[in-house]
Design a protein around this ligand. Structure first.
Ligand SMILES: *Cc1c(COP(=O)(O)O)cnc(C)c1O
Length: 394
């Protein structure tokens, strides 16, 4: 029995499960019954690994950051997910899910997106496979993230504005769910992080686990052992962190560190620091920690980085927090931006602002000189150039 991974009922400790409307049950149940058999089949593994290699560009390098290591007087490696096709780890999951969809006989894909990154990763693999793609996006988000809307259209996807409620991610999610209920047989819904009803969190974690699988092999070559002392990753929904932690979950000699977005400060009223501020509740079909008012209304999150701007956290991370298995740090906008610029100047790598939150942990915690630390650099900063420019301090 695994202490930290999912159980057969879809729970991580007291978090997870599938809290879905009756109407969605057949869709989720079909997926639950088939996902493990598919993922574990040789035929799936061969096709998935082939695409990860020839299309995504895996394995991504494990890079020893010597100037950053010198500055913090410890041994820092960067797992370069920023070098994946489309610029971040998200494509590992979308490649895997579209292969699963194909095997379930689906011909259409739907997805929801907030900032547009998951929408682009989904539109990308739909083009790759020649599948129809509909991406739901809040009307306000569409206006804020114009380049990603255009990217999706260039890739052949249809972008449908969600016009209800606050016209953001939560409303896009509701509309995608509604669409799925009405099209259960031919459509697969690609969720972009380790969130949603079981089996999504486990399925996405397994598809992203290639990150820690490669880390182990790469560490063996450069360090002569296949485990680091610490793994650091940023957490929005938590998919890059779940992938980076996956093969180390049960090995408690490996310390796991998660960086959440504290926005203007944890207690400022403008943050997304879910573990500090959140209470147990149900969000997007699973029981987890989420930011909510006393009467259970979801609180609007805030972060300078669009990918971390989420009011909940995947159930696996709620459990790692609850069980004390992972350390959680709330990183402010300012700390993240400074860390992003520092990494750029020390190593010649401009990180995504999400990933800069992980790098900022070095300003918040001491490490020993001979400790081996792997930072999962989830994405590159090209998409964030405007935010860097507006911030201006470089
Ligand atoms: C979307 C995104 C994240 C946050 O998503 P997780 O599911 O928490 O990994 C982090 N980094 C980058 C670069 C992203 O695009």
């Amino acid at each position: 029995m695994s202490k930290y991974n999912v159980n057969e009922k879809g729970y991580y400790g007291k978090f997870g499960g599938a809290y879905i409307p009756e109407m969605l049950y057949p869709n989720v149940e079909e997926l639950r019954e088939s996902y493990l058999g598919i993922i574990q089949s040789e035929e799936f593994k061969n096709e998935f690994n082939h695409l990860l290699k020839t299309y995504v560009g895996r394995p991504t390098p494990l890079y020893f950051a010597s100037r950053l290591s010198g500055k913090y007087n410890t041994k820092i490696y960067l797992k370069r997910e920023d070098l994946c096709h489309t610029g971040a780890h998200k494509v590992n999951n979308t490649v895997g899910q579209i292969l699963i969809a194909k095997r379930l006989g689906k011909s259409r894909i739907i997805a929801e997106t907030g900032a547009g990154q998951h929408g682009v990763a989904t539109a990308t693999v739909c083009a790759l496979m020649g599948m129809e793609c509909v991406v739901y996006m809040g009307e306000i988000d569409m206006a804020r993230q114009k380049p990603n809307v255009e990217r999706m259209k260039i890739l052949g996807a249809e972008v449908k504005p969600a016009t209800s409620g606050s016209k953001t991610l939560k409303d896009a999610t509701n509309e995608a769910m509604r669409h799925w209920i009405n099209n259960p047989t031919d459509t697969h819904y690609i969720i972009g992080s380790v969130v949603g009803p079981h089996p999504y969190p486990d399925m996405v974690a397994r598809l992203q686990s290639v990150i820690s699988e490669e880390m182990k092999q790469q560490l063996q070559v450069v360090e002569g052992r296949n485990t680091p002392d610490h793994v650091i990753a940023c957490v929005g929904g938590g998919s890059n962190a779940a992938g980076a932690f996956y093969h180390f979950l049960e090995d408690e000699s490996v310390n796991l560190i998660a960086a959440e977005a504290a926005g203007h400060g944890v207690m400022s009223g403008k943050s997304a620091a879910t573990t500090t501020l959140g209470k147990p509740g149900v969000l997007h079909g699973s029981k987890t920690l989420l930011m909510q008012t006393d009467d259970g209304q979801v609180v609007e999150p805030y972060s300078i980085s669009a990918g971390l701007d989420y009011p909940g956290i995947g159930p696996i991370h709620a459990h790692l927090f609850d069980a004390g298995r992972a350390e959680f740090f709330g990183i402010t906008d300012e700390e993240a931006m400074l860390a992003g610029v520092e990494l750029s100047k020390l190593e010649g790598i401009i990180p995504a602002i999400e990933s800069a939150h992980a790098v900022a942990v070095f300003g918040n915690r001491q490490f020993e000189k001979d400790e081996v630390i792997v930072v999962n650099l989830s994405g590159r900063g090209d998409k964030d150039l405007e935010t860097y420019i507006k911030w201006g301090k470089y």
